[in-house]
Design a protein around this ligand. Structure first.
Ligand SMILES: Nc1ncnc2c1ncn2[C@@H]1O[C@H](COP(=O)(O)OP(=O)(O)OP(=O)(O)O)[C@@H](O)[C@H]1O
Length: 631
């Protein structure tokens, strides 16, 4: 009960439902109306039949008396004047009204349910995406993107079925079945008992066959899921497929899975065929049974012919609600499974993932760029700190390199500065103000970031650059590309700035992608520049071009660059050397080399890869010429 109450109060789905209560009530009213009409429907028929049986001569003598014209005239007279066939018009009119009202209610119910379903799906998708996109990167590293996508697209849509089946069963099917039972019992208790016997027969036949059909369909979907992953993988890794000559194997694999899927499809089709044939047969046999017992009841004088018609009509109307009830369990299971998968994601908000904006957060003023880490301790898992009691001060306009062993916490420092995470202890300030006081947007928009992966989206070059500054003009985009040294290669592309880039920037070289990222950073015109391995993986000449562009970008902005390529930062104002989350050395390149500590060893290790930059040689020639990032 407690769990249910907590679900009721906290569930995102229930909240979405509550926001649609007006429309849901509307759909429920339509269903209630339909239930009443289904129960009413046989009564005019009963009235007509009993009237005919009681008052009409059905010996057959009069059949030849009327010609067609006389028949039409007599009917019209009956309609306009007092006549014994008035009852016919009255009841047929009533039936017509029932059918029209039923059609109208069905139409209203369908459009209302479609609207509610779509609103709920939209609401869930929006909230879920919003929730997930704010998760830290580590979450996506651990999750399967395909699974997350499926939860946002399919599971949110499956919850629609839940609402529809609950409403249908509670408001239409069960009340219809109960209504029919009550009415038939008030008419003829004995006959109604035989009538009651057929309900479990229809229910069980339906349940058994739907289960088997569902199982076959589920198996088919599973095989198709594997098939689509294989196809997706083959297309995504097409280059590897060609290089490893995997085409024939893949064709065989896809054909085999396709064959399995087709087999399951045929099996499901067979069950569906058996299901509908069995349902038709059950319906026929139960109708015969009801007819047989009904005629006996008439012969015994316990029932009128009209009442028998009511029973037969109700029997006909019983099949649909029973079918709906028997399908309910499986629909409910499917929808609740989808809902659980959605709620599971919403519940993923451990404290360490939360970077909340203070209620009193304000727009940060334009930064000068004085950054300080005050006794910062942080761990992705707080019990295992990555940074320990870290103190760093970076003056406005200073260029600082963060170097050190792999895993020493360099990139984490940048992430804390961008507030992707908050320190477990200590504080980070910019221009003397705790960064938690600023609104996240005003903080992050004052940082230009260039990472080793340039994150090129599937859109035009122009749009790819302009995302750094919403509303940027074409002139601004071109100026940023020029400053980043990207303009020349862009102009050589077939559609220049309008060239649509492939997924992940396919079609561009690593250096070109990096320059697009720098163009974005230029456009942002931020006082703080954060660079995380911006030249990794580039050849010497491309690296030089990228470093030249970066030198223009950093200008007199506060710059923090994380790198393992020490020769790119030799002329930085300061190099901070980290080891196991602590600052172990700090100073200029030459001084650090002279200390012969960790930096010296890292430098040496780097030089063994590139003999041109031996420490001695560097000390001799001076760093100034090596790095284009010289002020
Ligand atoms: N999202 C994360 N979740 C959990 N642990 C993480 C996460 N990101 C990094 N770490 C861990 O934190 C430590 C520091 O990582 P960080 O990326 O800051 O180091 P780094 O010095 O930049 O390393 P590298 O030079 O290899 O890029 C590493 O042990 C890493 O495994």
């Amino acid at each position: 009960m407690k769990r249910l109450r907590s679900f009721w109060n906290k569930s995102v789905f229930i909240k979405a439902l509550k926001s649609q209560k007006g429309l849901i009530a509307g759909a429920a009213l339509c269903m209630i109306g339909q239930t009443a009409l289904v129960l009413l429907q046989p009564w005019p028929i009963r009235a007509m039949i009993d009237h005919i049986v009681t008052y009409t001569d059905h010996s057959g003598h009069y059949i030849d008396r009327y010609s067609l014209t006389e028949f039409v005239i007599a009917s019209i007279r009956g309609l306009i004047g007092q006549s014994h066939i008035q009852f016919l018009f009255k009841n047929i009119g009533l039936l017509a009204l029932i059918y029209i009202a039923n059609a109208l209610l069905l139409f209203l119910q369908n459009i209302t349910l479609a609207r509610v379903g779509q609103n709920i799906t939209l609401d869930l998708r929006k909230k879920l995406f919003n929730h997930l996109i704010c998760m830290p990167h580590s979450f996506f590293e651990k999750s399967q993107t395909g699974d997350l996508t499926s939860r946002i697209t399919h599971d949110t849509a499956d919850t629609q079925a839940m609402l529809e089946s609950v409403l249908t069963v509670l408001v239409r099917s069960i009340p219809t079945i109960i209504g029919i039972i009550i009415i038939t019992f008030t008419m003829d208790r004995i006959y109604a008992s035989t009538f009651l016997m057929v309900i479990p027969v229809i229910y069980m036949a339906n349940l058994q066959l739907s289960r088997r059909t569902k199982k076959a369909l589920k198996e088919q979907r599973r095989v198709e899921g594997v098939l689509s992953s294989t196809v997706q993988e083959a297309f995504s890794y097409h280059k590897a497929v060609v290089c490893l000559s995997l085409e024939d194997d893949l064709v065989e694999d896809v054909t085999e899975r396709g064959r399995l899927s087709a087999e399951r499809g045929v099996q499901a089709g067979r069950y569906q065929g058996i299901l509908s044939a069995t349902m038709d047969l059950t319906m026929g046999i139960t109708s015969l049974f009801i007819l047989f017992v009904g005629v006996l009841r008439i012969i015994h004088g316990c029932l009128t012919v009209g009442q028998l018609m009511v029973f037969l009509s109700y029997l006909n109307n019983l099949f649909k609600p029973i079918r709906e009830v028997s399908k309910f369990a499986s629909r409910w299971a499917k929808s609740t499974a989808a809902l659980e998968r959605i709620e599971e994601l919403f519940s993923l908000t451990p404290a360490r993932m939360q970077v909340n904006e203070d209620s009193g957060a304000f727009m940060a003023p334009r930064f000068r760029g004085y950054i300080r880490f005050h006794n910062v301790t942080f761990g992705y898992d707080p019990s295992r700190p990555v940074l320990k009691d870290l103190n760093i001060a970076i003056s406005a306009g200073e260029k600082v390199a963060l170097v050190g062993d792999s895993g020493s916490g360099k990139s984490t420092i940048l992430q804390l500065l961008m507030r992707l995470y908050d320190p477990n202890e200590g504080m980070i300030t910019i221009d003397g103000q705790d960064i938690r006081k600023f609104s996240l947007n005003s903080l992050r928009s004052q940082m230009a970031v260039v990472l080793q992966d340039s994150y090129i989206f599937r859109m035009s070059i122009k749009e790819n650059i302009a995302i750094a500054k919403p509303g940027a003009t074409e002139e601004e985009v071109v100026a940023a590309a020029q400053a980043a040294g990207a303009h020349e290669f862009i102009m050589k592309l077939p559609n220049q700035y309008d060239t649509i880039l492939g997924e992940g920037g396919s079609g561009l070289s690593g250096g070109q992608k990096r320059r697009l990222a720098i163009a974005r950073a230029f456009l942002r015109n931020a006082p703080i520049v954060l660079l995380d391995e911006p030249t990794v993986g580039l050849d010497a000449s491309t690296e030089r071009q990228v470093m030249e562009a970066l030198a223009r970008l950093t200008g007199n902005r506060t710059t923090i660059m994380v790198t393992h390529q020490l020769h790119t930062v030799v002329d930085f104002d300061r190099i901070i050397v980290l080891s196991a989350g602590k600052v172990v050395e700090s100073g200029k390149h030459q001084d650090l080399l002279a200390q012969k500590g960790l930096y010296y060893r890292l430098w040496q290790a780097g030089q063994s890869k590139d003999s041109h930059h031996s420490p001695e040689a560097m000390m001799a020639i001076g760093a100034q010429k090596v790095s284009p990032l010289s002020p």
